[in-house]
Design a protein around this ligand. Structure first.
Ligand code: DAH
Length: 341
C-alpha cells in the first residue's frame, strides 16, 4: 500500500527539482531527460505507484501527476531551446574570418629552405619523392652497398626498433633511392626531402633527428660533369651568383667515386671568417656516382645505366644561410626564434 504522504512529498520535491533545473551543456540536458522524461525515469516509477493509490484518492493524485509530467515536458523544451540559443550565441561570438589579434603564423625556416631547394631542383627537371622513416636494414644499408658487419655501418649511429630482422629509423634519405629504383625503370630524376634519425648526443651542432634532401639522377651516359653542373647551378641559385663550388674526394659505400661538396663561403666571399673557420669554404653535403652495386641490387643493368646522387642536411643549409648557431632552435618552437623568418 502506497504511503500517500510520502508520495505527495515526492511530487513536491520533483516539482521543485524540475523548476530549478538548468542545462548549460548537452550532458546536463541528457541527465534531465533521463531523470524526468525517459521511460526509465522517476516519473514512470510514480505512475507505477499510482496504480496502488486507493480509488477515492485517484482523482487528486492523478491530476497532480499529470501536472508534474507536463511541467517536466515543458521544462525540457525550454532547456533544449536555451541550450541551442547559447550555442549559437557562442558561435556568433567567434568570427573565424577575422584577422588574428595575436601573432600571425609564419612558415617554419626549415620548410622555407626545403621549399626553395625543391623549387630550384624542380626547375632542373627533378620530381619530389617520399619514403618511409621506419625502414628495414635492406633499404637503409644492404641495398646501398653497406657490407654486413662493415665499419661503414658505424658511420651512422642507428636507432633500432627491432632486431632480427632489423627494423630501424632511417639514418639517411638514401633509402628512398632504393625504394624508387626497385619499383621503376630508368630514367630517374628525383629529389627526396625528409626527416632522418641518428643516435647522437644532442648539442648545438648535432641532433638525434634532422632533415636531409637526397638527389638521384640515373639514365644512360650520366657522368660526373652532370653532377658538378647540377650542384653548381643549385649553389648559385641558393647562395648567390658569385658562389664557387669544389668537390673533395671522400668515401660513401653507395657512390664511387664519392665527393664532399663545398661552396665558397658566401659570408666572407672566400677571404676567411668564423663561419668557414678561415678556410674560405663550407661543406654542404656528400655526393658521387651511384655505385654499380647499388644499381644492380635494384635490378638495373649497370652496364647500360649510370647515375649520380647527392645528400645534404637541410638544417645545415638553413644554419649557413641564416647564420643560425644552434640546431636545437629548429625543434624548440620558440616564437622569438620562429618570428624572425
Ligand atoms: N647518405 C649520406 C649521409 O647521410 C649523404 C649522402 C652522401 C647521400 C653522398 C648521397 C651521396 O646520395 O651520394 O651522410
Amino acid at each position: 500500500m502506497t504511503d500517500l504522504k510520502i508520495m505527495k512529498e515526492k511530487i513536491e520535491a520533483y516539482k521543485k527539482q524540475i523548476q530549478e533545473s538548468v542545462a548549460n551543456t548537452s550532458e546536463q540536458l541528457e541527465d534531465f531527460r533521463l531523470r524526468f522524461i525517459s521511460r526509465k525515469g522517476v516519473l514512470t516509477d510514480l505512475f507505477d505507484e499510482f496504480k496502488t493509490v486507493p480509488n477515492d484518492q485517484k482523482r487528486f493524485f492523478g491530476s497532480e501527476l499529470n501536472v508534474l509530467k507536463q511541467l517536466a515536458q515543458d521544462k525540457f523544451k525550454d532547456l533544449v531551446a536555451s541550450l541551442e540559443e547559447g550555442n549559437t550565441k557562442e558561435e556568433a561570438a567567434i568570427d573565424v574570418t577575422l584577422p588574428s589579434l595575436t601573432s600571425k603564423g609564419t612558415i617554419h625556416p626549415l620548410s622555407q629552405v626545403k621549399n626553395r631547394i625543391i623549387q630550384i631542383f624542380e626547375r632542373q627537371g627533378f620530381s619530389v619523392k617520399d619514403g618511409p622513416e621506419i625502414e628495414d636494414d635492406f633499404h637503409n644499408f644492404t641495398a646501398l652497398n653497406f657490407p654486413e658487419n662493415h665499419p661503414a655501418r658505424e658511420m651512422q649511429d642507428t636507432y633500432f626498433i627491432e632486431k632480427n630482422p632489423d627494423v630501424l629509423l632511417r639514418t639517411h634519405t638514401s633509402n628512398v633511392q632504393i625504394r624508387l629504383m626497385e619499383h621503376g625503370k630508368p630514367p630517374f630524376r628525383s629529389i627526396m626531402p625528409g626527416r632522418v634519425y641518428r643516435n647522437e648526443a644532442i648539442s648545438a651542432r648535432a641532433h638525434c633527428f634532422f632533415n636531409q634532401v637526397e638527389g638521384l639522377y640515373v639514365d644512360r651516359n650520366v657522368s660526373f660533369k652532370d653532377l658538378k653542373q647540377t650542384l653548381y647551378h643549385f649553389s648559385r641559385e641558393l647562395f648567390g651568383k658569385g658562389t664557387q663550388i669544389r668537390f673533395r674526394p671522400s668515401f660513401f659505400p653507395f657512390t664511387e667515386p664519392s665527393a664532399e661538396i663545398d661552396i665558397s663561403c658566401f659570408i666572407c666571399g672566400g677571404d676567411g671568417c668564423k663561419i668557414c673557420k678561415n678556410t674560405g669554404w663550407v661543406e654542404i653535403g656528400g655526393s658521387g656516382m651511384v655505385d654499380p652495386n647499388v644499381l644492380e641490387s635494384c635490378g638495373i643493368d649497370s652496364k647500360e645505366y649510370s647515375g649520380f646522387a647527392f645528400g645534404m642536411g637541410i638544417e645545415r643549409i638553413a644554419m649557413l644561410k641564416y647564420q643560425i648557431g644552434d640546431i636545437r632552435l629548429f625543434s624548440e618552437n620558440d616564437l622569438r626564434f620562429l618570428q624572425q623568418f
